[in-house]
Write a protein that binds this ligand. Structure first.
Ligand SMILES: Nc1ncnc2c1ncn2[C@@H]1O[C@H](COP(=O)(O)OP(=O)(O)OP(=O)(O)O)[C@@H](O)[C@H]1O
Ligand SMILES: [Mg+2]
Length: 429
């Protein structure tokens, strides 16, 4: 089934086989298979039933095409296929039922794609190209046991400060720069933009996990996560807003557990409300990135959340990041902000509207869109600091203390003249 992270025994497997219900589909698939270097004789007549019978007694291919046209209950039959199909197989299905609910249910049960019949060779090519991409997604097996897992929660002290932008960027950088397989868990279940920032459809994985926590296991993670690239996979949702979130938090905790086993790094986009409801979500986080702005309201809530973290997650190293920093004008100056929260800001990220707009248009994380810009460099620094918390000996560790200071100094020079004052009411709870 659609378990691209861990093609166990992939070496012994055929790259492709297809079970189709009619000659026309077989004829159409043949040249496409040949183009892709697959043996055309692997296209067999018989549909889903034959697929189940065959795979019950033989190794599953890497990519499986299965025709559901003769199936009376495709969803049920797909589950029968799941029983006999080894993890790691990417399944592309086709059929005559044009029903978006069926499509969604099939995708939720692990199908990579569903092609409505009749489909064109181009549609088949595209579906197989996606299947190949899924196969080359992050591989659990690659996780290196000798490196401690790096789990970081990103929390915005107020709405809209840029927590998701930063979470997505850190996750992307951990994959891209640090070359570590990374999971991004977006726990803003109704309004999350983690997937959107990466130009991905969130899928139903997270919603399913919340509805059925007992289903969460390694295989579920492999199937439900949406791959952004070779190193990064995302679990997020756009849950219907007429449905309240009903969860005692077990699902989230289990997801964290499974992600820790399956990936080298996990970045959790953690809305403040979730923190209040499910404090245990921070237990396994080595670091917490607290994102703030230089405003009065942000100062008040930074104080409160820092105090909460001290009491509830003392093991998690806090990195305070000021985002959208504007030189010269701010409601509260950096100095006063730091005095107020009784600690230093670890990192400043300047505001860059142009880059943010470009990233949104390209569907890329801010860190990728602005690699060489100041914003991109600051985000890369942050990602290195996040890794360093869990793995001080990482090759991709951040600059030395002195270099960091020099760097912070130069940013401070630029932003140090922020004007503003925190009135006395923004004092600690
Ligand atoms: N450094 C920056 N410069 C310019 N724009 C930024 C910067 N960081 C984030 N933004 C923009 O700010 C907006 C809000 O960002 P984001 O969604 O990440 O915030 P959030 O804290 O996750 O919000 P929410 O509370 O809704 O979850 C986005 O449009 C994003 O592009
Ligand atoms: Mg957000």
């Amino acid at each position: 089934m659609n378990a691209p992270f861990n093609p166990r025994g992939a070496g012994l497997r055929d790259p492709f086989s297809a079970f189709v219900c009619d000659d026309a589909t077989a004829e159409m698939l043949r040249p496409v298979a040949i183009e892709l270097g697959w043996a055309p004789e692997k296209i067999q007549r018989g549909g889903l039933r034959t697929a189940v019978q065959t795979l019950a007694v033989s190794a599953s291919p890497q990519i499986l095409f299965v025709d559901l046209s003769e199936s009376g209950d495709p969803l049920n039959d797909i589950n029968a296929l799941a029983e006999v199909c080894e993890p790691g197989t990417v399944v592309v299905a086709s059929g005559q039922v044009n029903d978006v609910r069926l499509y969604r249910d099939l995708v939720a049960s692990g199908i990579q794609d569903y092609l409505l019949k009749p489909f064109s060779p181009d549609q088949a090519r595209e579906a197989f190209a996606h299947a190949q991409l899924a196969l080359s997604g992050p591989k659990v097996a690659e996780a290196q046991a000798d490196r401690p897992h790096c789990m970081s929660a990103v929390i915005g002290v107020r709405g809209g400060v840029g927590a998701t932008t930063i979470a997505t960027s850190i996750a992307w950088l951990l994959g891209e720069n640090a070359k570590r397989s990374t999971a991004l868990l977006d726990l803003d279940v109704h309004f999350g933009t983690g997937a959107l920032n990466l130009d991905l459809e969130p899928g139903r994985g997270l919603t399913d996990a919340i509805e059925n926590p007992s289903r969460i296991d390694g295989l579920f993670i492999e199937r439900a996560m949406v791959k952004a690239n070779e190193k990064l996979a995302v679990l997020s949702a756009e849950a219907p807003i007429h449905q309240p979130l009903i969860s005692d938090g077990t699902a989230f905790y289990q997801l964290q557990e499974e992600m820790r086993a399956a990936f080298e790094c996990t970045v959790v986009d953690l809305p403040r409300t979730m923190l209040v409801q499910h404090p245990h979500l921070l237990h396994d986080c080595n670091s917490t990135v607290l994102v703030t702005e230089f405003t009065l309201a942000a100062a008040r809530d930074a104080i409160r959340i820092l105090s909460w973290l001290k009491a509830n997650a003392p093991q998690s190293k806090v990195l305070v990041v000021a985002n959208k920093v504007v030189a010269g004008t701010a409601e509260v100056s950096r100095k006063d902000f730091e005095t107020s929260i009784e600690r230093k800001i670890d990192l400043l990220i300047p505001i860059d509207h142009k880059l943010a707009a470009q990233a949104a248009k390209l569907g890329k994380p801010l860190a990728e869109a602005g690699k060489s810009a100041k914003v991109g460099q600051a985000l890369a620094d942050l990602a290195r600091q996040v890794i360093r918390v869990s793995d001080p000996d990482a090759d991709d560790a951040p600059r030395s203390k002195g270099e960091q200071k020099a760097k912070a100094g130069s940013l401070l020079d630029k932003f140090g003249d922020l004007k503003g004052l925190i009135p006395s009411k923004a004092k600690k709870d």
